[in-house]
Design a protein around this ligand. Sequence first.
Ligand SMILES: Nc1ncnc2c1ncn2[C@@H]1O[C@H](COP(=O)(O)OP(=O)(O)OP(=O)(O)O)[C@@H](O)[C@H]1O
Ligand SMILES: [Mg+2]
Length: 310
Amino acid sequence: MYGEKREKNIWAIGGGKGGIGKSFVVANLGIALCERGKEVILVDADLGGANLHTLLGITYPTITLDDFIRKEVRNIEDVLVETEVPHLKLISGSLDILTMSNPKYTQKQRVIRHIYSLDADYIIIDLGAGSSYHVLDFFLVSERGIFLITPEPTSLENAYRFLKGVFFRKLRNLTSQYEVKKIIELAMDRGNPEGIKTPFDLLERVEGIDREMGALLKEEIRRFRPQLIVNQVRNRAEAEIGFFVKSACRKYFGIELSYLGYIFYDHNVYLSIQKGRPLLLNHPTSDAARCIRDITSKLINGGELSWSLR
Ligand SMILES: Nc1ncnc2c1ncn2[C@@H]1O[C@H](COP(=O)(O)OP(=O)(O)OP(=O)(O)O)[C@@H](O)[C@H]1O
Ligand SMILES: [Mg+2]
């Protein structure tokens, strides 16, 4: 069952901050992909705060990730549930705080391994808030995670922490050399006595210890290309924040982001959530729905927003 079944894309959506619209985007992105004829599986990996099912109009899922974690079923496919959208399936998050809010390492690895084995064109993983190791590890399941922010300074602050955490965690997983691992772990601690603040500082330190490893990590920085979405945008200036975040990441961290696009702040989002019906079904022609479809095209085609498109 672990063999590759077809070419598939796995995207995890994170952003560090709570309540910025991660689950809303996951649900509607899934629907937009289905509108384009794709088969999609959504995975609710929000440990301890699962609610993706509610956004899809499923009040109480009969089977969830709990059943898989407790080994009541063998395969993760056994906890897939249908949604009202053809070709859109859901793996509901754990509703049992004790089981999943702090999973054991082996439990998490088993979930991750099985996510890779799922058979669909697109697998989208919804993450919880924060930058804990669990969140970072689920974000790193995808080659090109989707990084969601809102224009608020608090979101940008958390996003920076999140991105840095993801990046350092990725590098840490790449090396087994004790000394290098130790430096990377130190760098993750903000008040580290080594004064390592950015990926640039970290690279310099690693190169000093092991040139070859330094070159490998440099290559990883070059390949690491998270995709950025700005949600809850109220005007053009807020949409442009995506471009500024992109250039700040390049300049200060050497990390290249793809700015996929923005989603308008739209009261219809609130109305659709109140109704328990996804925006793309409840308000298919709303401004926010249009933005999500534009972003979906960029995701499918590998494009990004350009200044000239403003
Ligand atoms: N584009 C938007 N326009 C208007 N309101 C929005 C938009 N996006 C999100 N919201 C509002 O933000 C709320 C939180 O969204 P959501 O639950 O998707 O956030 P989240 O990041 O998944 O939160 P958590 O970290 O708690 O899981 C929604 O209930 C909705 O009211
Ligand atoms: Mg959520």
